[in-house]
Design a protein around this ligand. Structure first.
Ligand SMILES: O=C(O)CCC(=O)C(=O)O
Ligand SMILES: [Fe+2]
Length: 383
């Protein structure tokens, strides 16, 4: 055990012999679940703060048969372009999520990115505390539980995170963690590769929507990139808590990778389903901005993460949205003039939307529902 852990152990007071955490343990000011499990490695029961109400917990679920799309079909001169565009378009409207293969991001780069994230979480707690912030709009922040500041909510989640902005790099790279020493170089290379892929997808999506003008690619090209690295340590009682609550992402397209440990679930047709990792593929999610832009033709996917008893899970999601000062609204070309095809969402400055989505404790698609002009949607629950 490091001196670090010993000093923070004494800071939380005496604990009993039953491998329980001290009664005065406070998860809202703690250094996260990784530190908790390292401090109490024999923990048999999770602290009561992490036990979530039944309605928010996951029951065993079936495997999702996610659409699998070969992105080599988008390469210049490919005979399969029209077919691939159609596959992306159907996946975005029917599922809001798909698996991409032959995506053009080197396997080694994906492995390096996950290793850099792991290296960051392995830093001493002081290094992580230095990046913690209660401001959800801070361009770099590290924390635990939901994205909202921990003190703002009642149920705690079994997850630590590092979030930061990516592109445009010159505005942010100096704020990124400087350790592990390769962090900035690897992350930058990975974010460049992911963004290139996302812009190819945006062009394909515009083609699928038959947009004469490609405002989507332009908006994402000039827009922001926000990455979240998530660390879900093994959990002694995984059935009583969750790694991440159900939510949809705020951006246009999110690209998600993980360390091969399952835990992601997606909601489809009202049911939660497991999206088990498939080596070499990555997950692409439709986010709320794309749902708004397409006036609801494409649906942002609700997703969440469960934890497990044996293995640490690490995931890295990279969201791509328009510029923070952009007013987001349905694209004029996708809104009809008659009542049945009118605008289904109001407009909002993207920055304000991100703030409300990131601060949401209710999660689900509540932030998007607040923008909907259609009236209440199907409620999101656990199950
Ligand atoms: O860990 C996962 O698989 C989900 C992560 C996620 O949804 C996010 O970071 O927004
Ligand atoms: Fe997400």
């Amino acid at each position: 055990m490091t001196t670090d852990l010993i000093s923070s152990l004494s800071a939380v007071g005496p604990h009993d012999e039953q491998h329980q955490v001290p009664l005065d343990y406070d998860p809202s000011t703690c250094d996260g679940v990784k530190h908790l499990m390292e401090t109490f490695p024999d923990l048999q029961t999770i602290p009561p703060h992490y036990v979530l109400p039944e309605a928010l917990l996951a029951k065993p679920v079936a495997e999702a048969q996610l659409p699998l799309i070969d992105l080599s079909g988008l390469e210049d001169g490919s005979q399969c372009r029209a077919f691939t565009v159609q596959a992306i378009s159907s996946a975005c409207s029917e599922w809001g999520v798909f698996r991409a293969v032959n995506h053009g991001i080197a396997e080694q780069l994906v492995a390096d990115m996950l290793e850099a994230a792991e290296g960051f979480f392995a830093l001493p707690v002081e290094a992580k505390r230095a990046l913690s912030s209660g401001d959800v709009m801070n361009p770099v922040r590290c924390g635990t539980g939901l994205n909202a500041p921990a003190a703002a909510y009642a149920g705690h989640y079994w997850r630590d995170f590092l979030r930061h902005h990516g592109h445009p790099f010159h505005s942010h790279i100096h704020l990124w963690p400087s350790h592990p020493p390769t962090y900035r170089e690897v992350t930058r290379e990975y974010l460049v590769a992911v963004r290139r892929m996302v812009l190819r997808l945006a062009r394909a999506i515009s083609e699928g929507l038959a947009l004469q003008e490609d405002q989507l690619t332009r908006a994402l090209q000039e827009g922001c990139q926000i990455m979240a690295a998530n660390y879900y340590p093994r959990c002694p009682e995984p059935e009583k808590t969750m790694g991440m609550a159900g939510h949809s992402d705020h951006g246009g397209l999110t690209v998600l990778i993980d360390n091969g440990v399952g835990g992601l679930q997606v909601r489809h047709g009202g049911a939660w389903m497991a999206a088990t990792p498939v080596h070499g593929s990555l997950i692409v999610n439709v986010g709320d901005y794309l749902e708004v832009f397409t006036n609801g033709r494409y649906k942002s996917v609700e997703h969440r993460a469960v934890v497990n008893k044996r293995r640490t899970r690490i995931s890295v999601g990279v969201g791509h949205g328009p510029g923070l000062d952009t007013i987001i609204a349905p694209a004029a070309q996708l809104v009809g003039s008659d009542d049945d095809h009118g605008p289904r969402y109001g407009s909002v400055v993207y920055k304000d939307y991100v703030k409300s989505q990131q601060s949401s404790v209710a999660r689900g698609k509540t932030a998007l529902e607040a923008l909907s002009l259609d009236g209440p949607n199907e409620p999101s629950t656990g199950g």
